[in-house]
Design a protein around this ligand. Structure first.
Ligand code: HEM
Length: 485
C-alpha cells in the first residue's frame, strides 16, 4: 500500500508547525512518546519524518543511508553559502564527495591535526591564564563566553593562521558574525520553519541574510587576499614549505592544482570557511560548558576525575592531549555529556528517492529528523537515563564499555553517522576532552553571585543546545599554576 507513518492531526497551512515550540527536540520527543518511534509530519508544506529511537535511526542512517544523504535547502542556506557552493549543505554528489575526501585526507585528517596541535595547546593555555587571573582577584568568569572565544580562536587559527581576538573589538565582530550565521543557516536546519511562525516579515529576513552575507564576504575576502599575498611572496622567494600550512593554504593549493578532479572556486573556499565556523564553534564550546556544569553539580564525580588526572599526570605539568588515552574516567565523562547534552540535538537530512521503511512508504524529497537528544535518553537503552553517570561507560560486562561516539552505535549519535556524519569528530573530541581535563586539573569552582550550590540545567531554545542560565563561577586555583603554563 501507500502508507505513511502515523501522524498527529495537522492544521491548515502550517501543518504541524505549531507543535514545535519552544524547543524543537523536546517537542519532538513529546510527540514521539505519544505517536511512536516513527512519525510523519508536515512542517508548513514540507513533508517530514521524525525518527526517535536507535532502531529507526539505524534504518534511515545505515540501511537506507544512500537515500537519505542529502541536506534540505532553505533560503538562508542559499544566501549565506554562496548559492549552495558549500560543503555542509551540498547535495550528496561529486562536489560533496570531492570535498569530503579532502576533509578526511588533509583538512581535518590526522596529519593536519597533529601539525596544528601547538595551536590548540596555546589557546587552552591562554584560557587558563585568564582564569588564573580571575582566581587571583576572586572574580567571576562567564565560562560559556570564554569557551566560545577559545573555540573560535582555535578554529580561526587552524583555518587561517589568525586569532579572532587580536583586538577585543575584532573578536566580538567575528563572534557575533559566526553566531548569526549559525542561527540563520540553522546548521541542523529548523529555523526557516520557526521563523515562519514567529516572523511573517519575510522581506525583513531577507535583508538580514543579505547584510550578514556582505559582512561575512568582506571578512573572507580580506583573509583570502592576505593569504594570497603571502603565497605570492613565498613563490617569488621559492621557499614554500617552511611553515605549517593552515586549512586555507591547503584549499588554495587545491584550487591552483590543475590536476585536481574538480576546480574549487573562490566561492567554494569562502563557503567552506563559513561552514567550519558555523559547525565547529558553538557545538564544541557548549559541550564543554555542559560537562563542567554537570561536574559542579556532582562533586563526587568531579573529585574522581581530579584524582584520575592527579595520579596519571601529577601536578608538575599540564595535562596534554596525549594523556587523554590514559584517562578513561575523563573520556566517560565526555561521552556521558554528549549523551545527555548533544549540541547537535537533531540530525537533518533529505531523501533523494522513494523508499520503504518497515511497512511505510517514504516519498522522495521528505525531510528527515533524527532526534539524537531523545535517543540518548531512551529508557530502553539506558538505565536511569536522566542521571549523569559516567560509570555506565566503564562497567565491565554491561556492554557499554565498548561504546564510542563515532556513529557505530545507534543509541549514541552525537556526531551523526555514516558518510554524512561529522567530519571533525576527532578534532572536536581533542578540544573538548583536553580543555575539560585542564580545567579539572587546575581549578575548583565556586558558583557566582551567591546563587546556591547547584547549577540550573535548563535548556534554552537554539540549535546548539544552549544553556538557559549561563554558567558563571569563580575559579579557585588548586595550587600555584604558573609554572605549568
Ligand atoms: C562537540 C562538537 C560537535 C558536535 C556535537 C558535532 C555534531 C555534528 C553532527 C550531529 C553533524 C551531522 C551529522 C549527520 O548528518 O549525520 C555534524 C556535521 C558537520 N560537522 Fe560537526 N560537530 C561538532 C564539531 C564540529 C567541528 C569542530 C567542526 C569543524 C571544524 C565540525 C564540522 C562539521 C561539518 C562540516 C558537518 C557537515 C558534514 C556534511 O554535511 O557532510 N563539527 N556535526
Amino acid at each position: 500500500g501507500n502508507r505513511l507513518p502515523p501522524s498527529p492531526l495537522a492544521l491548515p497551512i502550517i501543518g504541524h508547525l505549531h507543535l514545535l515550540s519552544p524547543i524543537p527536540h523536546q517537542a519532538f520527543h513529546k510527540l514521539s512518546t505519544k505517536y511512536g518511534p516513527l512519525i510523519y509530519l508536515l512542517l508548513g508544506s514540507v513533508p517530514c519524518v521524525l525518527a526517535s529511537t536507535a532502531e529507526t535511526a539505524k534504518e534511515f542512517l545505515k540501511t537506507h543511508e544512500l537515500s537519505f544523504s542529502d541536506r534540505p535547502f532553505s533560503a538562508a542556506v542559499d544566501y549565506l553559502t554562496y548559492g549552495s557552493a558549500d560543503f555542509s549543505f551540498a547535495p550528496y554528489g561529486p562536489y560533496w564527495k570531492f570535498m569530503k575526501k579532502i576533509c578526511m585526507s588533509e583538512l581535518l585528517g590526522g596529519r593536519t591535526l597533529d601539525q596544528l596541535l601547538p595551536v590548540r595547546r596555546e589557546e587552552i593555555r591562554r584560557l587558563l591564564m585568564k582564569m588564573i587571573r580571575k582566581s587571583d582577584s576572586e572574580d567571576t568568569v562567564d565560562v560559556g563566553g570564554e569557551l566560545i572565544t577559545l573555540a573560535n580562536n582555535i578554529i580561526s587559527r587552524m583555518m587561517m593562521n589568525k586569532r579572532c581576538s587580536e583586538s577585543e573589538k575584532e573578536a566580538e565582530d567575528v563572534r557575533s558574525l559566526v553566531h548569526e550565521v549559525a542561527e540563520l543557516t540553522g546548521t541542523f536546519n529548523l529555523s526557516d520553519y520557526i521563523w515562519f511562525c514567529r516572523n511573517i516579515d519575510l522581506q525583513g529576513l531577507r535583508k538580514r541574510f543579505e547584510d550578514l552575507h556582505v559582512r561575512f564576504d568582506a571578512m573572507a575576502e580580506k583573509i583570502m587576499k592576505e593569504h594570497e599575498e603571502v603565497r605570492g611572496e613565498k613563490n617569488e622567494r621559492g621557499n614554500e614549505g617552511d611553515r605549517v600550512k593552515d586549512l586555507l593554504d591547503i584549499l588554495l593549493d587545491v584550487a591552483e592544482d590543475d590536476k585536481a578532479e574538480l576546480k574549487l572556486t573562490r566561492e567554494n573556499i569562502k563557503a567552506f570557511i563559513l561552514d567550519i565556523f558555523a559547525a565547529g564553534t558553538d557545538t564544541t564550546a557548549i559541550t564543554i560548558e555542559w560537562a563542567l556544569a554537570e561536574l559542579i553539580n556532582q562533586p563526587d564525580i568531579f573529585d574522581k576525575a581530579r584524582e584520575e588526572i592527579d595520579s596519571v599526570v601529577g601536578k608538575s605539568r599540564l595535562v596534554e592531549e596525549s594523556d587523554i588515552q590514559n584517562l578513561p574516567y575523563l573520556q566517560a565523562i565526555v561521552k556521558e555529556t554528549l549523551r545527555l547534552h548533544p549540541t547537535a540535538p537533531l540530525i537533518v537530512r533529505e531523501s533523494t528517492e522513494d523508499c520503504k521503511i518497515g511497512e511505510y512508504n517514504i516519498p522522495k524529497k521528505t525531510r528527515l529528523f533524527v532526534n539524537v537528544w531523545a535517543i540518548g535518553r531512551d529508557p530502553k537503552h539506558w538505565d536511569n537515563p536522566l542521571e549523569f553517570r559516567p560509570n555506565r561507560f566503564l562497567t565491565e560486562g554491561s556492554g557499554k564499555s565498548q561504546l564510542d561516539v563515532r556513529g557505530q552505535h545507534f543509541h549514541l549519535l552525537p556526531f551523526g553517522s555514516g558518510r554524512r556524519g561529522c567530519p571533525a569528530t576527532t578534532l572536536a573530541l581533542q578540544v573538548v576532552q583536553t580543555t575539560l581535563a585542564s580545567m579539572i586539573q587546575c581549578f575548583k569552582f565556586k558558583l557566582g553571585d551567591g546563587k546556591g550550590t547547584t547549577v540550573d540545567m535548563t535548556e534554552a531554545p537554539g540549535l546548539t543546545l544552549p544553556r538557559a542560565h549561563p554558567l558563571v563561577c569563580v575559579p579557585v586555583a588548586r595550587f600555584n599554576l604558573l609554572p605549568l603554563i
